[in-house]
Design a binder for this molecule. Structure first.
Ligand code: NAD
Length: 271
């Protein structure tokens, strides 16, 4: 649950992909806690998406769940069309959906490579493009926000930290860095802000196997100078702020939220 609430996103409509669990669910809940109505996208986990909607509704917010595979152009376009028909427009879109399909490089199949690129990178392209088209179609609403629209990509520390055994995932996140920056450069004249959040280790289903024994958790903490695994709400709170006018002059940036994982902790004792 978000640790604070405000009215900073009142009257705005948001869409979060992959919001049936983990970080996406926390982002959806946080956006709603700050006043946005939220479209909760999911691919397979309808129960998870309904739970996110219920959390929002129980707190007095507005949300509905919608199924779409973000790697499929027609499904993404249908999801946006339905949202716009229902709510008139969107102001905040968070491209969060992502997967890991891990394999040693020597054994990685084209299918394992392609699946991760399709969901993590092509999925973000399709989501950002449909969102930007809608922002431009709708035009400015300065009473709601200084920006025409706000796009947030869920990246990872692995947009800069190489990750053996996860070449497909790290490549997708490196690609998101340039997708975000190039899109931000192109869309800034339209007053559309595009930024990324790059989480470190956040406690969600995606990395359960890296935390399921005390030894594994201890090994993970050696990578985190701040000495705790992140909470999905940490990311949710940042997303709500980044989508608000308080962050109006930020575009084209990756904000690392990682407890210091990108500080090269292996060098803390002279390397
Ligand atoms: P998660 O597995 O809990 O959530 C992933 C979400 O994406 C789920 O809701 C899933 O249903 C959805 N999804 C998967 N494929 C989809 C598709 N084709 N179409 C639509 N939705 C789809 O994991 P998470 O940790 O919450 O991951 C969310 C994002 O955060 C991912 O992009 C991930 O790479 C990123 N991330 C997570 C961590 C971490 O430590 N948890 C760190 C860095 C980045």
């Amino acid at each position: 649950m978000p640790t604070n609430t405000s009215t900073r996103l009142n009257g705005q409509f948001a869409l979060v992909t992959g919001a049936s669990s983990g970080i996406g669910a926390a982002v959806a809940v946080a956006l709603a806690a700050h006043g946005a109505a939220v479209v909760v996208n999911y691919s397979h986990d309808e129960d998870g998406a309904n739970a996110t909607v219920k959390t929002i509704a129980d707190a007095g917010g507005q949300a509905y769940a919608t199924q779409a595979d973000v790697s499929q152009e027609a499904e993404v376009q249908k999801m946006f069309k339905q949202a716009i028909e229902r709510w008139g427009t969107l102001h905040i879109v968070v491209a969060n959906a992502g997967i890991q399909v891990d394999a040693p490089f020597l054994d990685m199949t084209l299918e394992q490579w392609q699946k991760v690129i399709d969901v993590n990178l092509t999925g973000q392209f399709l989501t950002l493009r449909e969102a930007a088209r809608e922002f431009v179609r709708r035009g400015p609403q300065p009473d709601l926000s200084r920006a025409l629209g706000k796009l947030i990509c869920m990246s990872s520390v692995h947009e800069v930290i190489p990750w053996a055994g996860h070449v497909n995932y790290a490549s997708s996140k490196g690609g998101i860095m340039q997708l975000m920056k190039s899109t931000a450069q192109e869309l800034a004249p339209h007053k559309i802000r595009v930024n990324s959040i790059a989480p470190g280790a956040i406690a969600t289903p995606i990395n359960l196997s890296a935390r399921d024994t005390p030894e594994e958790e201890k090994a993970l903490l050696t990578l985190i100078p701040y000495n705790r695994v992140g909470d999905p709400a940490d990311i949710g709170n940042l997303a709500a702020w980044l989508a608000s006018d308080e962050a109006d002059y930020i575009t084209g940036q990756t904000i690392f939220m990682d407890g210091g994982m990108t500080l090269y902790p292996g060098f803390a004792d002279n390397g």
